[in-house]
Design a protein around this ligand. Structure first.
Ligand code: E4P
Length: 217
């Protein structure tokens, strides 16, 4: 299972990269705005900085919603670095653009996916990744993890290569549940990754080992 960090915060990206388990980064316009990164030039420069920190795939989202605009923007983003994955929304022109990108060797992440039907369409269009938003489904009393399971079943039925990127992960149990279901990737905040580290018995056990070592020295 690949671990992506879902932020545009460079310190957190560095921290996750230093842990040695980071496989990539996802961003979106809201995450950029949260870090005060606005305007095309600043956003492009920020992607370049992220590429310098991380060795894996970095999703860069288009803001155009028409076919020609998505193609132009996606091609510009893809040229920035070979790590860039063009993130395209699940809309009609987005699906057409994903098919074009797929036919022309540009990797994509189909975002804002909330149903199995949308995920099937993204795979048919040749998306590299599909991003079902599990946290946002949970927010409206719909089981986000169930969507991951549905997509896993459908993709396995037909051997689709599209990777399931569980997005809108909010906490560590989401990460573990996605791993049980067989999501290919999860993207979440640094806290969702660091939560995997913690167990009180580890802390108690380590304290005892160190105390016993000191007794004998
Ligand atoms: C990542 O690709 C998504 O944009 C992100 O996970 C959305 O997360 P949120 O629902 O917490 O905003």
């Amino acid at each position: 299972m690949k671990f992506f960090i879902d932020t545009a915060n460079l310190d957190q990206i560095k921290e996750a990269q230093d842990l040695g388990v980071l496989d990539g980064v996802t961003t979106n316009p809201s995450l950029m705005a949260k870090e005060g990164i606005t305007g095309k030039e600043n956003i492009i420069n920020h992607y370049k900085k992220i590429c310098e920190i991380v060795t894996g795939d970095i999703s860069a989202e288009v803001i155009s919603t028409d076919y020609d605009g998505i193609l132009k923007e996606g091609q510009e983003l893809a040229k920035l670095h070979d790590q860039i994955i063009v993130k395209v929304p699940m809309i009609k022109d987005g699906v057409k653009a994903i098919k074009y990108f797929s036919d022309n060797g540009i990797k994509t992440n189909c975002t804002l996916v909330f149903s199995a039907g949308q995920a099937l369409l993204a795979a048919k269009a040749g998306a590299t990744y599909v991003s079902p938003f599990i946290g946002r489904l949970d927010d409206i009393s719909t089981d986000g993890l169930n969507l991951i399971a549905e997509i896993r079943l459908i993709y396995d039925n037909y051997g689709f290569d599209t990777q399931i990127l569980a997005a809108s992960v909010r906490h560590t149990m989401h990460v573990i549940d996605c791993a049980k279901i067989g999501a290919d990737v999860m993207t979440g905040p640094l806290s969702s990754i660091e939560g995997l580290l913690r167990h009180p018995l580890t802390d108690i056990g380590l304290e005892k080992f160190l105390a016993d070592y000191k007794k004998g020295n």
